[in-house]
Design a protein around this ligand. Structure first.
Ligand SMILES: Nc1ncnc2c1ncn2[C@@H]1O[C@H](COP(=O)(O)OP(=O)(O)O)[C@@H](O)[C@H]1O
Ligand SMILES: [Mg+2]
Length: 410
């Protein structure tokens, strides 16, 4: 059956899904069902049918899907967009016999410790890592390995991830990570320095085909220490083709090691001493607009519609994913002091510019901005276009600096 006559379930309907849902509708003309736990999620308003179910709860989502099917609805494919819930997508595809990855592969893609164990067994290049069962034993565990990263085994958005250089800071770091882990589990890794990359593409018949690469910007690492906060990134990557090919190869091995033989693959990669090392991979499409704006503009690949077609059972020609480096895009964030927002200026002016792809604030006047401890606290975001990467970077830095978010003690 033609994709246009099929129905796609998109898992999650937050702000970052809106453009992706729009692109799927425009490109495929397919019917779209969106599931989200928040009835006000903007993606639900764009759906032909909305399911109210927490994306991180596979049983709740499956039961909502069964209710929909019982009322005469149909679902031909499932896509997890801007939310780290491949286990929910896998629960639905496995139950309905639709294309997807196995629940076991999805679990390996969301449990950072299990992931690293599998990657290590398969010989994929990764940092040294270990489980950190309690705060007291952490200093002895990493004594001669500082600096290290301490992180929750199962969270996202840099929540609870810290870069620790001194042994005396380790117990506090352990507690920060444990608080952010739904299962209370913490792990540690050697901190690998070097340029960081975000990659995104599709796995087709077991081979990974990346559509694009973003150079992640960690210029504020010291400012926000010990938290590891990314201040956006820029495309096309400045890294040389052989370095990107090395990242491709490690990502392909990682996908095989985890049993991800199909669907989206988002990679966090660090080029440490000239060689690609895998920090993690995710079996879903990105949040943060990499797949919706940055890769289509800077690499010419309509990644979201291709992922939707694949989810609906179409065979995707890997050539369609081949990166074609073009104009620059750059994303930057605005980081006001924590406190109650008393004034906000400049968003509309940036949005009105021809070179602005996106400019939005996550807070409004009267809201409380929490102390910055993860990507959740990045108050406003701009994505600007330039004729090349450097031009885009200059424009995005300038646009972000023109936005003023004034806060006062709450
Ligand atoms: N071992 C490491 N070496 C260097 N940087 C790391 C390492 N582990 C994590 N980071 C940095 O911290 C960020 C967040 O860690 P990550 O494991 O990707 O968790 P999350 O699920 O929150 O994205 C990474 O994108 C990377 O910049
Ligand atoms: Mg990550």
């Amino acid at each position: 059956m033609n994709s246009a006559r099929k129905t796609l379930l998109v898992i999650s309907g937050g702000t970052e899904t809106v453009e992706g849902i729009r692109q799927i509708r425009e490109d495929l003309g397919t019917r779209i069902v969106v599931s989200d736990g928040n009835p006000k999620a903007p993606g639900l308003a764009l759906a032909d049918h909305a399911l109210i179910a927490n994306p991180y709860d596979p049983e709740e989502t499956l039961s909502a899907v069964r209710g929909f099917l019982g009322n005469g609805g149909r679902i031909d494919g499932v896509l997890c967009l801007a939310c780290d819930a491949p286990h929910t997508a896998a629960a639905v595809t496995a139950a309905l016999g639709l294309p997807g990855i196995s629940p076991a592969a999805a679990r390996a893609a969301t449990d950072k410790l299990l992931m690293k164990e599998k990657l290590s067994a398969a010989g994929v290049r990764i940092p040294w890592f270990a489980a950190a069962p309690d705060a007291a034993s952490l200093p002895a565990l990493v004594a001669d390995r500082l600096p290290v990263i301490v992180k929750p085994v199962d969270s996202r958005g840099a929540r609870g991830v810290t870069l620790i250089r001194r042994a005396e800071d380790l117990p506090h770091a352990w507690h920060l990570a444990a608080e952010q882990s739904p299962s209370g589990r913490v792990m540690t890794e050697a901190y690998l320095d070097g340029p960081q990359l975000s990659t995104e593409g599709l796995v087709i018949e077991g081979s990974c085909h990346n559509a694009g690469y973003a150079d992640r910007n960690y210029s504020r690492l010291e400012q926000f220490a010990p938290h590891v906060i990314e201040d956006g990134g820029e495309l096309p990557s400045r890294l040389a083709p052989p370095v990107l090919a090395d990242a491709d190869e490690q990502l392909g091995r990682a996908a095989r090691a985890l049993g991800i033989s199909f669907g989206p693959l988002k990679g966090d990669v660090v080029i440490h001493r000239g060689r690609a090392h895998i920090i993690e991979v995710a079996a879903r499409l990105s949040g943060g607009y990499l797949c919706t704006y940055e890769i289509p503009i800077s690499y010419g690949v309509p990644l979201v519609p291709l992922a939707a077609r694949q989810a609906l059972g179409e065979r995707i020609d890997p050539k369609a994913l081949r990166p074609r480096p073009g104009p620059g895009t750059c994303q930057r964030f605005v980081f006001p002091a924590a406190g109650r927002v008393i004034a906000m200026e400049g968003i509309e002016a940036v949005r009105a510019r021809d070179d602005c792809i996106l400019c939005e604030s996550r807070f409004a006047v009267g809201d409380i901005i929490p102390p910055l401890a993860s990507h959740v606290g990045r108050a406003a975001v701009v994505i600007m276009r330039g004729h090349d990467r450097e031009d885009a970077v200059r424009r995005a830095n300038e646009a972000a600096a023109s936005i003023r978010i004034e806060t006062a003690a709450p």
